[in-house]
Design a protein around this ligand. Sequence first.
Ligand code: ATP
Length: 593
Amino acid sequence: MLNAIFWRDRSATFRIIILAALYLAVSFSVSNPYYLLMLTIVPIWATLGVSWNIFSGYSGLVSFGHAAFFGLGAYTVALLSEKLAISPWMGIPIATAVGAMAGALIGALTFRLRGHYFGLAMLAYPLALLYVFEWLGYQEVAIPMRREAPWAYMQFSDTRCYVVLAIALLIIALLISLRISKSRFGLSLLAIKQNELAADASGINPFNWKLMALVLSAGIAGAAGGLYAVVLLIVSPPAVFGPLISAQAVIFALFGGVGTVAGPVIGAITLVPISEYLSAQLGDKLPGIQGVVYGLAIVLVVIMAPEGILFKALAFFKRQRGAGTTSDALPPMAPPEKALKRTASPRGNDIALSAKGVSKSFGGLAAVQNVSFDVYRGEILGIIGPNGAGKTTLFNLINGIIPVSEGSVIHEGRDIVGLRPHEICRIGIARTFQVARPFANLSVLQNVVVGAFAGEPGDEKAYAYARDAVARVGLEANSESLAGGLSTIQLRLMELARALASRPKVLLLDEILAGLGADEVELMMHAIQGIQDEGITIVIIEHTMHAMVRLADRLLVLDHGTVLAIGDPATVTSEQAVIDAYLGKKWSAHAKR
Ligand SMILES: Nc1ncnc2c1ncn2[C@@H]1O[C@H](COP(=O)(O)OP(=O)(O)OP(=O)(O)O)[C@@H](O)[C@H]1O
């Protein structure tokens, strides 16, 4: 819910402008040069924090290397000014471009790595640049004084002008961040952050979105570095590429709230003055006191408000306002209106999907061996088989999560083997997962719209498809609820809606009835049947045989990675080999009754 409040806040731009005006009003009442310097660097660090957040906060890939972009921006402005007499008015936009290009290069090189490996690799870039710039002899680059045209060279006698520039840069960064947080870009990044595999299978290309985020983020960091050089007039490798710079970017966002627009600003406004003040007072006796302040801040945040103090404060105010109410409680699911009744199968001879000799081995284990079958358009094909038979692996092969060792998968005359999951989703094959993979911090509608983005470039239409899909599974009443608070059946229905929102022709459902109570199974079966009635072809993996024989038009039995039987449920479930391998004697005794 907190996120929903945050996302939909249309007055955020207005609030940014008002707060910036207040900040400037305070600055203009200050004349002490040290305080003015502080008032200038706070928004510069806040901008760096916002830039970090645009990449790491939204995508979840932690960058410990934002000093690389900041430092490149600072050196670009300083060197252009010193060597070519190019004004920072030109230098800062160039620094932005240099930062963005470095982001593209570093992203393309480093996105192969995941998790901690990515974070560690990012550490290396600013360190490498630090030594390169020292080796090049740029230990200290000073921006020369241009007394002949100070304004043209961004050299103001009234240092309050720098506060205005720093605030202007921060406003631009915040507006970009705000725009991202509410856009397809931000939702796609948050989906990647919360579950990259599910995002990929929902039609999102993780590499492209992450690269775009890093380019944008690095550009802003470059601009912040450029302005920093203008304000301090001297640039040295440790001051702009040093580990504390990258750490500050991370810490401000962590302190204020990762993935929020205002979090890094709150972090910078709180921590920079404290650390600068302590450094000025105690720096002689306790060198490195800044690092201690940042370290303590992180320890406190991790203990008291791991989600950042912004979320903590919002939660506190919400509790104060809503004490005694249960507004977050989810409405109960509506029971099915009518009993499940199989209509004549809409199946024809048209083939929607075809597996031809599909095989997959994991080392010595042949998980799927030479599997061939057709799925007819409009049918429900049930896949059954003992644990470890290769059912989920077969789905993973069809939707491109794992590469096929041998064989082909044909959809609409095309072999789709080799396509990535998001490409397979886009051509009309969507799936749900055995273990639900929700984007927990997004609302139900936001989760579902991520699926709609796959095939629809227009946001309005995508939201229309998402609302329609939410309604088709009966979750309208929960569309604004956070996915993290849903019950099992609601989660499963939401995943179904997310798959539906991509407007699939073929839907792969992996144990969608698992963990549901008897009434919930009925509800889900109604939803599935409704989807089939719309003409969508369904392949479903399920262990609940009583549901399967009612739902499926045909059954395919997998055992030890091979097809044991395929045909109509009555015939397949009476085959001795199927009873021996999977159903057991109890089933045949029950079936005979
Ligand atoms: N990524 C992997 N690496 C190694 N082995 C794997 C991998 N994925 C699956 N397997 C193995 O392949 C076999 C088939 O697994 P799979 O999950 O497809 O079975 P399943 O029929 O879906 O089982 P269940 O009904 O329990 O979900 C199992 O022996 C499993 O351990």
